[in-house]
Design a protein around this ligand. Structure first.
Ligand code: G6Q
Length: 540
């Protein structure tokens, strides 16, 4: 059963943290670091090959103690147990939230609503493995006998961002035999550009949609189907189309043989699905062993989250610090700054994971929150971002919290470029958190009139996350770290992190307007929308 919803502001620890926040104005991150030579060691924790150094957060040991007390009083542990056990903690959709079961090892058992879900997961994984292997080895042939050279994944949101991010992140583990394209937007340019690079005879299309009803995905899937059929005929569809979905009848109605469908379950949320069959493209790219290692990384972080004491627990502390920054230091946004070109899609992936999960303003029981919830997440890889938006991070009037991610070993070493990359990340972490005082600037010989312009106020909280190497295992553990950090935040705020009513509305909104644009209806929306429809019709 899902534990009762608590208003966190009624908790003792919440009041303690409010008092801590008032006190924290008297000291800076620089003071905290300089006052305690041991701070970096005591604020560095690790698990599942991920290291988190939170010494550059504006948090004293007593803030950390109060945050841990908040987790205890808010019942984070009970909700965690309920989630891993398969209780329906997604209350508004009455569903279990069991992405953690997707990575439980074969042989584990987890019975939910009378069914062993781990057994089902491994059944699908085995089928994916056989299929991926056939495609990779060339045993799977197109209708005219060609082996597959292009894979087009058609999906959107959770059915696109994870696979696209993982494909980019694991580029070093893909043998390059097959080109991958990720098509998501209903903008006709997206599918057109992808298909223009493919030959129908050697193309495999994966239609990835949990519901198999999403407008963008189904529209693009029909375009791809027509493209294939016009080149190779109707019978070719079975050789070139597979589906990933929870809805077998709809897949069949589209014309895809259920034998070519890989299922998953309603207890996997879209944005938590990259390690389900939604990851079929990932498995084709990196193979069975690579995908198994990705799952092992996810599972290692799950285990860490479940078993590590609170004060050394990575997702717990990361989630609590996010609450501290958001609710007590009034910091509305977090920049994700991976110093790794392979992680170029990671900020976009986290944008959905964090903002769709925790962008809510009512608690599970329907009562409104009186405090801030999910921060705005965004970002770009370093060092590129340094040459654009970091200016605002350093000297703007809004404080932005930063997650700086360093990968210690490059997969493509070139001279000392990797060390340059890391040096930049560490330099930015130092200046963002410590700043540069007027005295330090003047000591460089800067003329007095220029000094104020070169002062960096610092005091920007930074999480420094380091991994030894970006491989399938560490990618899995990194994603799982963020998944559980999001869970911890949602648990404190008492919200349902696993529904997405704003997204559902978006899926319906455009339908009536499209009819009007096409002249099939003359519904009246509001005056502004009616005027915009008319303007669009004139211009198109
Ligand atoms: C994710 C959201 C959303 C969803 C897409 C695609 O958590 O629910 O991003 O993944 O709207 O939905 P389908 O997979 O059903 O096409």
């Amino acid at each position: 059963m899902t534990p009762a919803t608590i208003d966190p502001t009624t908790l003792r620890a919440w009041s303690d943290l409010s008092a801590e926040a008032a006190r924290s104005r008297e000291s800076s991150i620089r003071d905290l670091i300089d006052a305690d030579p041991d701070r970096s060691r005591s604020c560095t924790i690790d698990g599942a090959r991920v290291i988190l150094d939170y010494s550059r957060q504006r948090a004293t040991p007593s803030v950390i103690a109060s945050l841990l007390a908040l987790a205890e009083q808010a019942g984070v542990e009970d909700l965690r147990t309920a989630m891993f056990r398969g209780d329906h903690i997604n209350t508004t959709e009455d569903r279990a939230v069991l992405h953690t079961a997707l990575r439980q090892p074969a042989g584990d058992r987890l019975e939910v609503d009378g069914v062993d879900v781990v057994g089902e997961v491994h059944e699908v994984l085995s089928r994916m493995g056989v299929f991926a292997n056939e495609v990779r080895s060339g045993a799977w042939l197109g209708a005219t006998g060609s082996r597959i050279r292009s894979v087009v994944n058609i999906g959107i949101g959770g059915s696109d961002l994870g696979p696209a991010m993982a494909y980019a992140a694991l580029g070093a583990f893909d043998d390059g035999q097959i080109a991958f394209h990720f098509v998501s937007n209903v903008d006709p340019t997206d599918i057109s550009v992808a298909l223009a690079q493919c030959d129908p005879e050697s193309t495999l299309v994966i239609v990835a949609s949990k519901t198999f009803t999403t407008l963008e995905t189904m529209t693009n899937a029909h375009v791809a189907r027509a493209w294939l059929v016009s080149a190779l005929g109707e019978a070719a569809v079975a050789h070139h189309f597979v589906a990933v979905s929870t809805d077998a009848p709809k897949v069949e109605a589209f014309g895809i043989d259920p034998a070519n469908m890989f299922g998953f379950w309603d207890w996997v949320g879209g944005r938590y699905s990259m390690d389900s069959s939604i990851g079929l493209s990932t498995m084709i790219a990196i193979g069975w062993d690579g995908f198994s290692s990705l799952l092992a990384g996810f599972h290692a972080m799950d285990t860490h989250f479940l078993t590590t004491p609170p004060e050394r627990n990575l997702p717990l502390l990361m989630g609590l610090l996010a609450v501290w920054n958001r609710d007590f230091l009034d910091i509305p946004t977090t920049a994700v700054l991976p110093y790794s070109q392979y992680l170029k899609r990671f900020p976009a992936y986290l944008q959905q994971l964090t903002m769709e999960s925790n962008g809510k303003s009512v608690r599970r029981d329907g009562t409104s929150v009186s405090y801030d919830t999910g921060a705005i997440f965004w970002g770009e890889p370093g060092t590129n971002g340094q040459h654009s938006f970091y200016q605002l991070l350093h000297q703007g009037t809004s404080i932005v919290a930063c997650d700086i991610i360093i990968v210690a070993r490059s997969e493509n070493p070139q001279g000392d470029q990797q060390d340059m990359l890391a040096a930049n990340a560490l330099a930015q972490a130092a200046v963002l958190s410590r700043g540069r005082t007027a005295a330090e600037v003047a000591a460089d010989g800067t003329p007095a009139w220029l000094v104020p312009h070169k002062v960096m106020p610092g005091n920007r909280p930074v999480n420094l996350i380091m991994i030894d190497r970006l491989d399938p295992f560490t990618l899995g553990s990194l994603v799982s770290l963020y998944e559980h950090s999001v869970f911890v935040q949602g648990a404190i705020w008492g919200i349902d992190s696993y529904d997405q009513w704003g997204v559902e509305l978006g899926k319906k909104l455009a339908v009536g307007i499209l009819d009007d644009i096409n002249g099939h209806a003359s519904s009246t929306f509001d005056p502004a929308t009616d005027a915009s429809i008319a303007l669009y019709r004139r211009l198109r």
